[in-house]
Unconditional design. Sequence first.
Length: 372
Amino acid sequence: MLRRQDHPDDQDHQDDQDHQDDQDHQHLRDLQDLKVLQDRPRPHAETPIDRRHFARLSIASITAAVAGRSFAASPSSSPPPTAELPGQPPSDGTLRIVHMNDWHVCPERRSVEGSAMAIEAATSGSRRPDLLLTGGDLIFDSFATTRSRAEEQWRLFKELMASSPVRVEHCLGNHDLWGWDREKSGASGDERDYGMQKALDELGLASSWRSFDLGAWHFVVLDSVVSDGGKGYRGRISPPQREWLVADLAANRLPVLVVSHIPILSLTPLTWDRDYDRGDHGRVSGSEMHLDGPALHRLFREDGRVRLCLSGHMHLEDRCEVDGIAYCCDGAVSGAWWKADPDYSLPGFAELELRPDGTFERRIRRTGWVNA
């Protein structure tokens, strides 16, 4: 996600795409018919942890955890088939997962310490989660940075993930793809790992979209970032991805959780940096919410098994209920990009319990990290 002033000006490698947010606004006419309800997290749902717990995840131990580990990828041009993750759900079939977005890991801003504290908060306790689901923007920025800068950020992020005591599944965001701003990145566009391929290689993923079954639930991971034809991006899925999604949902018989980086539907773009007195009502940038959100919602409604759609990108939290489908934007591990800003959520993540009957509970937890 890009802020009002893009990224802070103390890093000259950052993406300058902010001007795109004021261009090519798209009318989402179907949005006016949706009955939505914003659900800010309640105080009792915020569970900070003691900063002393962070000592168990020191930077030295995190680095040691990945000694000798290989992250070589075997990229493929087509998504892998649906696969069952290893492990067993609890005896009652209820899954516990954590959804952690917008890490923005980099060498600066103590982001590694803050991220390690988030992992500790998410995976400690009497029962560890069955799955840690990342929601994209895993590194601070690869969109408008040099290859060496991007690789340094990926190294730090992978060290953090190696410290996780639970399974991890990744969704990718706009800051994870490499080089679309060719002027700042120095990319030509002809590199084998240009764009999202760089992130796939770093994480050992075959595709940026896929599905898997865990317990009594079917998980669908979408790639919600497409080029706008220049050096910017828009939120939507590609035609091949939509064709795959239709077939994947048709073949499934389990309750479905969908995760995308950019929100499919959300209230946050309607409340973030808007002055409706100047005639901005009804216009939402395609860099803030899926341009094909209403079409995807119709697909999910007709499918009848999609229960929950998770997203990040906005560094804000909300919950929208439409036709029995919940759309949840789950804040950011980094809060406001590891800096203090009251206009954005505090560092946090979502914790969910998914029951075999398709019902769920969700709460927002704070990591306890305080941005300076």
